[in-house]
Design a protein around this ligand. Structure first.
Ligand code: SAM
Ligand code: FES
Length: 349
């Protein structure tokens, strides 16, 4: 029965909520092997053995939000706050460009210093210096007008994980001021404006059930984004979830495989969190169907202050080291890092 569901997915047939739940609850080693054989084949059919790289610039760890799982949330008094200046951000891009990056991802906490005007200036400046590069923003929930202004300034893509579809689960992970519905409204706005969008969720977040994951997968199918970012939840010592178990490698890989089959052309990162819970996590993620890695381009001095979770890898390295390390890791499994914007083939917006 569960093998048959994988076949159905491969044939682009819609799975119902109950079928997703059944699939998630009937995981086995044999089923995983069956899935990964197909998901890696689809990945190779769509993107060959190419790996797209994105230079991740973590430009501020100030945040006015208080997501309960997140190490840089507002009410954590034990971290050193920093924000990069516009010229420091630009200098990360210069270093990245030399290293072969053609996509820059500006990610940060929700920091009021970066008003729409300031942010738009930064985007416009990167755009004029690097017209052949894609600019991805990952700066949380903003007004539609703000998203539009940043798009007009030259941003191409936006990453905003929906985190969890279920409103009750969402409320157990976030303060009352935040809601699943508003988060999704932001995603629909971004899509309408014309961004290539990325969404996703943490695997194994506290209280998560198979039903929650089924809803997440149904939502991905409906939204049909260009990118899906999933990675294991990992506890951070200064949060209320410090003693919760992390999400597992196995379940994350299984979901990566399912998402590759469900949206064949999607861009799917093997995340830093996956590399953090297991030394070979990112390589295994690629084998399960992922095709993107996002090495860190932030200045080495600030990296240890952008700790979303404990034991995060690559916080002591130089950008060039991270880039080379990933290139070798990918080569070791027969894949090659390419110098390219790495646009999604999923254009059916
Ligand atoms: N502020 C922006 C936002 O909310 O989209 C971008 C930064 S936010 C820190 C980026 C992502 O980190 C979140 O979408 C969340 O899924 C992930 N994250 C936060 N805390 C985490 C944790 N403890 N373990 C794994 N991932 C985490
Ligand atoms: Fe950063 Fe390996 S990816 S050191």
């Amino acid at each position: 029965e569960e093998f048959h569901l994988i076949d159905q997915l491969e044939m682009d047939q819609f799975l119902s909520r109950d079928e997703w739940i059944f699939l998630i609850e009937h995981r086995s080693d044999a089923l995983e092997r069956y899935l990964f054989e197909k998901s890696e084949a689809v990945r190779i059919r769509e993107y060959g053995h190419d790996i797209y790289i994105r230079g991740l610039i973590e430009f501020t760890n100030y945040c006015h939000n208080d997501c309960y799982y997140c190490g840089i949330r507002k009410s954590n008094p034990n971290i050193l706050r920093y924000r990069l200046s516009p010229s420091e951000i630009l200098s990360c891009c210069h270093i990245g460009y030399e290293l072969g990056f053609r996509t820059f991802v500006l990610q940060g906490g929700e920091d009021n210093w970066f008003t729409t005007k300031r942010m738009a200036e930064i985007v416009a400046e990167i755009h004029s210096h690097f017209p052949d590069c894609a600019i991805t923003l990952s700066i949380g929930e903003r007004s539609r007008e703000s998203y539009q202004a940043l798009f007009d300034a030259g941003a191409d893509r936006y990453l905003l994980r929906h985190e969890t579809y279920d409103p009750v689960h969402y409320r157990r992970l976030h303060p009352d001021s935040l809601s699943a519905v508003h988060r999704r409204k932001c995603l629909w706005d971004l899509k309408e404006i014309g961004y290539h969008i990325g969404t996703g969720f943490m695997v194994g977040s506290p209280f998560q059930t198979a039903e929650n994951l089924a809803d997440d997968l149904l939502f991905l199918k409906e939204l049909n984004p260009q990118m899906v970012g999933i990675g294991p939840f990992i506890p951070h010592h200064d949060t209320r979830f410090s003693h919760e178990p992390p999400g597992t490698l196995k379940l994350t890989l299984f979901l990566l495989g399912l998402i590759r089959l469900m949206i064949p052309k999607v861009l799917l990162p093997a995340t830093t969190a996956l590399g953090t819970i297991s030394p070979q996590g990112r390589e295994l993620g690629i084998r399960a169907g992922a095709n993107v890695v996002m090495p860190n381009l932030s200045p080495t001095e600030v990296r240890k202050n952008y700790l979303l979770y404990d034991n995060k890898i690559c916080t002591g390295e130089e950008s060039a080291q991270c880039r080379d390390c990933l290139e070798q890791r990918m080569a070791s499994i027969g894949y090659q890092v390419v110098v390219s914007r790495g646009d999604s083939r999923n254009r059916s917006i």
